[in-house]
Design a protein around this ligand. Structure first.
Ligand code: CUA
Length: 334
């Protein structure tokens, strides 16, 4: 698990702890896959260099012979050549055995990861966002959020994956390989992060025009911070603290917004879109497309189709004052 400052500086995304890349693993799963990749690169690289080397030697030794009849591939009496070929066959077989053994050990370690049963997280893929549900240890109820996965460091979480529509793929490159998310099929993936920070996840299966904007944020935090976060997420939405936020709450709970969105503790109980109860606490909006700011919320509410053409969020006709009030209210929902 080394840092690669040069790559990180080139690829780093806003707010993330380095680059979104499997070459900088921060979890057991990504680490073992990264080491398997290195093993394969070394074995295949050495094989490649040997083959190219033999080819160059053969061409060198055959120089000037092109006019003559080609010699037979194997002279019957050439014992030295026979021995060399036997050694080469052994090298190839050993290389293949090393690859097969390494692959088997990594697959086995991934299959044996024992998830802590208390840390089951349900992730449901939608065109083009992620519904994320945690079991609240206090009440036993499922608590929903969206597009932001929180994981306690050094514990194994089991992510139970489902799809609400088409095939997607769940991928956090720094933490693990991909797992398909298929309608009607329950898939799961275990994640054991080892480093604190923000990491970025991504849908990795083409699922429609906004596939590229189906990202999510992953926050790896201490156990205490995770417990505090989950307890805060389990609470109902905060009450408006000023007149503008109160007007925004009216807009969100009375207008079309409430047909698709839930704000727990209010009249908004829609289920089609992301739960907004604590949207103000999140790192980004529109599935990792925009950072969380008042201005971005206003723009997203006013012109979702301009920001993510083809998103399922319709353009709702609101006056500028209502759109601003709605943004103020949503931003206050920490
Ligand atoms: Cu969901 Cu691509």
């Amino acid at each position: 698990m080394r840092s690669r400052p040069a790559i990180a500086a080139t690829l780093a995304l806003g707010g993330c702890s380095g680059a979104q890349t499997p070459l900088a693993p921060v979890a057991d799963q990504a680490g073992s896959q990264y080491h398997l990749l290195l093993l394969m690169l070394w074995v295949c690289g050495v094989m490649y260099l040997l083959v190219i080397g033999f080819l160059i030697i053969g061409l060198w030794r055959a120089r000037g012979r092109h006019a003559a009849a080609p010699p037979p591939l194997l002279e019957p009496a050439d014992d030295r050549l026979r021995r060399l070929l036997a050694v080469w066959a052994a090298v190839v077989v050993i290389g293949l055995l090393v690859l097969a053994g390494g692959s088997f050990l990594v697959e086995r370690s991934l299959a044996l990861a024992q998830a802590n049963e208390s840390l089951r997280i349900r992730v449901t893929a939608h065109q083009y966002w992620w519904r994320i549900a945690y079991r609240d240890p206090a009440s036993g109820r499922w608590v929903e959020t969206a597009n932001e996965l929180h994981l306690p460091v050094a514990r194994t979480a089991r992510i139970e994956l489902g799809s609400a529509d088409v095939i997607h793929s769940f991928w956090v490159p720094n933490i693990s390989g991909k797992m398909d998310v298929i309608p009607g099929r329950a898939n799961a993936i275990d994640l054991t992060p080892r480093r604190l920070g923000w990491f970025r996840g991504q849908c990795a299966e083409f699922c429609g025009p906004q596939h590229a904007h189906m990202g999510f944020d992953v926050k790896v935090e201490t156990s205490a911070a995770f417990d505090a976060w989950l307890a805060a997420q389990a609470r109902p939405a905060a009450a408006p603290r000023d007149a503008e936020q109160a007007r925004g709450m009216e807009v969100v709970t009375r207008e079309q917004c409430a047909m698709c969105h839930t704000v727990r503790g209010t009249a908004a109980i829609g289920r089609n879109g992301p739960d907004l109860t604590h949207i103000g606490s999140r790192h980004s909006i529109a599935a990792g497309t925009l950072t969380m700011t008042r201005a971005h919320l206003q723009g997203w509410i006013a012109q979702p189709q301009a920001i993510k053409p083809g998103t399922m969020m319709p353009t709702v006709t609101l006056s500028p004052a209502d759109a601003n009030a709605a943004a103020a209210y949503l931003e206050s929902l920490k």
